[in-house]
Design a protein around this ligand. Sequence first.
Ligand SMILES: Cc1cc2nc3c(=O)[nH]c(=O)nc-3n(C[C@H](O)[C@H](O)[C@H](O)COP(=O)(O)O)c2cc1C
Length: 453
Amino acid sequence: MALKELLFDHSDRDLTRIEEYRAVGGYEGLRTAFGMERDAVIEDVLNSGLRGRGGAGFPAGRKAGFIPKPGQRHAPAYLTVNADESEPGTFKDREIMLRIPHAVIEGSLMAAYGIDAGEIFIYLRGEYLQEFEVMKAALEEARAEGLVGDDILGSGWGCTIVLHRGAGAYICGEETALLESLEGNRGQPRSKPPFPAISGVYGAPTLINNVETLATYPFILRMGGGEYAKLGVENSAGTRVFSLSGNVANGGNYELELGTPLRELVYEIGGGIPGGRQLKAIIPGGSSVPVLSADEVDTPLDFDAMAEAGTMLGSGAVIVIDDRACMVQLGLRVAQFYMHESCGKCTPCREGTRWMVQILKKLEDGTADQGELDLLLNVCDRILGNCLCPLGDAAAMPIASYVAKFREEYQRHIDEGGCPFGGESSLAGVLAPVDQHHAHQRAQIEVPVHELA
Ligand SMILES: Cc1cc2nc3c(=O)[nH]c(=O)nc-3n(C[C@H](O)[C@H](O)[C@H](O)COP(=O)(O)O)c2cc1C
C-alpha cells in the first residue's frame, strides 16, 4: 500500500475553483444523488463502510439512519459540519477545506438531501481564517451556480448553508457543546440522551459529521458504496488523511488506504526520524489517545487493529516521538492542554485535570513522592467514564498510558529527584506547549468580524 489519491488530487488543478472541480467530476455525484431515493443515498454510504473521521469512528451511514424520517419528526432536521479541528496534532480538515472546499459542500448537500435537511451549519474553528475565506468563496460560487438555495439543479429540493466561526475553544468540537455554541450559548456539553439525532440544534433532529467524513460522500456516490468498500481493510474501509508530525523528517498530511502499517507512514512516506535518533513512542490518533511504544510500529492504521493495541485512530493525527523525549514532560504538556480546555461543567474533568497537572509538575520537578505517582493513576481512574463528555477521558487515557508504558521513566524522576531528560526542551517539535497554542489563538481570532455567509 502507498499514498492514495481520492480526496487529494495530485494534479496541478486548482480545485478551489468550481469550474476545475466540475472538470474532475465535481457535483456529478450530487446529480446522481438527486436521481436516487433519499434512503438509497444513505444506504450507499452504509454499504461503503465509511466510518466517521472526527474521532470515534462511528459508521456514517448508521448515524444518518438515526435521523427520523420526514413524516416522523417533530421539527425540521439539520446537518452540522464539524470543522472545529482542535485536537492537538490534527491539521487535515484544514487542508481538505483549503484544497477541495467544493467536496465539503457537495458532500454536505448529499448528506442533507439524504436526511432531508433544509439547512446546513458549517461550524469552523475560529483560528481558521484562511479556511473561512476559502470556504466562503466556494460557497458563493456554488450559490451563483444554483447549487445552494432553492430548487437545486431542478430537483425541487432546496438547502441553505451557514458558515459559522467558532471562537477558540477545544470543547466546541464536542458535538453537543458545538450545538450550544451554534445556538449562541456558552459552549458546554449537554447530557445525553437525548442524542443530537433526536434533539440537536434548536431541539431539532441533527446529523453531525466531521469535514473529512462529508468530503468523502461525493467519491462514494460517484464510485458506488460497494466499490469504495473495496478500499482499505475489513471494518476500516476507504482512505483517510493522516496528519503526520513530531520527530519525523517529512511531516504533513498524507492520504492512505486504511490498513497501511504505521511503519510505512513513519519511515517510508514520512522519511523516518531525523538526526539518527531512535523511535521511542507514537501517538496514533491525536493527543487524546493512548500512546504506542516503538515496538508497536507495525500496527496497521485501522480501527480494529488500533483497538486491539489498546489505542485509537482518533482524529488521524500521528505524532512521532524520538528518544530525546521525556514522557513526564509530555504528560505535563498534554495535561496542561486539557486542564485549560476543560469547560468546568462537570467535577471529575474540572478538578481531575487540575490534579493531574499539579502531580505531573511535581514529578517533573523531582519533588513528588512514591504515593503521588499512584495518586496520578488514581485521579485518571476517577475521571475515566465519569464525565459528562469524553474530554475528561481524553485527558486521562493518554496520561495513564504514558505511566503504564514508561513507568520506569516516571520512577526515575522520583528516584533521581529531577528530570533526567532536560525537561521541556526534550520535546522539540512534539506538540506545542499550551501557552504557545493560546498566543497563536489570540492572534488569529482577534481579526475583524466577517459578515456571515
Ligand atoms: C472534546 C472533544 C473535541 C472534539 N473535537 C472535534 C473536532 O474538532 N472535530 C470533529 O470532527 N470532531 C470532534 N470531536 C468528535 C465529535 O464530538 C463528533 O464525534 C464528530 O464530529 C462526529 O463526526 P464523525 O461521525 O463524522 O466522525 C470532539 C469530541 C470531543 C469529546
